[in-house]
Design a protein around this ligand. Structure first.
Ligand code: FES
Length: 63
């Protein structure tokens, strides 16, 4: 996982910032959006963010 890869271009949000939001307690796309503002502009990145959230939540629960 490349933490520096941008996932939301409108807000300049990277994979790592999504991961940090999940680490900070966000469990859903909506909660990540509230914390980071990712996916709140054009919305075209929402599906990708959803995948990342699912991935990081799973990863977090496996540790
Ligand atoms: S690329 Fe994320 S809201 Fe537009």
């Amino acid at each position: 996982m490349d933490r520096d890869k941008t996932v939301c271009y409108c807000m300049g949000i990277t994979n790592g910032m999504i991961q940090d939001a999940v680490e900070a307690g966000a469990k859903t796309l909506e909660e990540v959006q509230e914390q980071t503002m990712a996916g709140t502009v054009c919305g075209s990145c929402r599906e990708n963010i959803q995948h990342l959230v699912d991935f990081f939540v799973k990863e977090k629960n496996n540790v």
